[in-house]
Design a protein around this ligand. Structure first.
Ligand code: FES
Length: 211
């Protein structure tokens, strides 16, 4: 059988660089692809003074293209400033890999989105975001689409685990369709908090688990 991938892509797929998690990461993100439903997580450690990415790790729940792109973008991003790393594009990642099949463009887009979201997460936590657009229920829903439901490997909103989102004067209330004592309740709670609390105008996040 002939692979649609060149040697460099296969090499990164077989031996991906920078795989894993970072203990006490400064910025992290989980991104899902609307095209295929696959997910990727990216974590970064940032030098506070120079704003350079000191360390970066990724985990892919996607295909070979996604794994190879994740691997190459972590190599490209390491040592760069946040501003420089934001400019890394999927096209650049694909060129660096010697080209990916056109049908696989969304897989490299997914990896690049993961990197950009991890940077954004860092900026939000450090009040570096200049865009102060008021948060809406849609903004929150969009964020929750990036939290994985470990029961299915798909996102919380798509799998209808989020029953209701309320937003009033910077306070968010989220209803989750899962029993409080469910084995994944705590990790889901933590992930929701992480995603929503960092929004610039959100003061409080509370959740009810009732499944
Ligand atoms: Fe989903 Fe490649 S097909 S990431």
């Amino acid at each position: 059988m002939e692979f649609p991938y060149n040697e460099k892509v296969l090499e990164h797929f077989r031996h991906p660089r920078n795989v894993g998690k970072i203990e006490d990461a400064d910025g992290k993100a989980m991104e899902g692809s609307p095209a295929c439903g696959d997910m990727v997580s990216v974590q970064i450690k940032v030098d506070e003074k120079t704003k350079r990415i000191q360390d970066i790790k990724f985990e892919s729940y996607g295909c070979a293209s996604n794994i190879a792109t994740g691997s190459i973008i972590t190599e490209l991003a390491k040592g760069k400033t946040l501003e420089e790393a934001k400019k890394i594009s999927w096209k650049q990642a694909s060129d660096e890999l010697g080209g990916l099949p056109a049908i696989k463009a969304h897989c490299s887009v997914l990896a690049v989105e993961g990197l950009r979201s991890a940077i954004r997460n860092y900026e939000e936590k450090h009040s570096l975001v200049t865009d102060k657009t008021p948060t809406t229920i849609e903004t929150i829903e969009k964020r929750l689409r990036k939290v994985m439901n470990p029961l299915s490997g798909l996102d919380l909103v798509g799998t209808k685990l989020i029953k209701k989102i309320e937003l009033k004067e910077g306070e968010v209330k989220i209803d989750v369709d899962l029993p409080e004592n469910h084995q994944f309740a705590n990790s889901i709670k933590e992930e929701i908090r992480e995603k929503v609390e960092s929004l610039h105008d959100i003061k409080k996040v509370s959740m009810t688990f009732s499944g």
